[in-house]
Write a protein that binds this ligand. Sequence first.
Ligand code: FES
Ligand code: FES
Length: 163
Amino acid sequence: MADSSHPIELTVNGEPAEGVVLGRQLLVHFIRDTLGLRGTHIGCDSGNCGACTVIVDGRAIKSCMQLAVQADGSDLRTVESLSAPGEELDELQGAFTKHHALQCGYCTPGMLMSATALLDDADALTLDEIRRGLKGNICRCTGYVNIVHAVEDVAERRGKRSA
Ligand code: FES
Ligand code: FES
């Protein structure tokens, strides 16, 4: 099973995609190496850092913790779905820029995808809920304060900020 090949079909950032994956291949490697979407980062390969976070069927997941074959038939969103190179940044990316919510940027794609799922999913978010929603994403640079401000800003603009 681990070394056998499996065809998979899925939707990636709104477009149909397919590939042949090994049973043991991680989703993050399929995304980066087969699909060529290098915005999804690998920080630890052990489910701890969140750099590899993507959205599968509306849920933020760590793509180093899922096999590629499990993504068969799913709707996958990577950070590239937020804005294409040369396009205007999406609202959350703009808020990260405005609030200086990144330094080296290594954690940023994962942070953006966790926050995107959080903002899409919630009707209203308290400060605690925002912090908890980002708990699975580690940043070694920013101290998190500005990242939380950026997410709060977007929640406020969308009428989803709660006391
Ligand atoms: S690379 Fe997946 S959690 Fe760190
Ligand atoms: S900005 Fe450097 S790890 Fe988060």
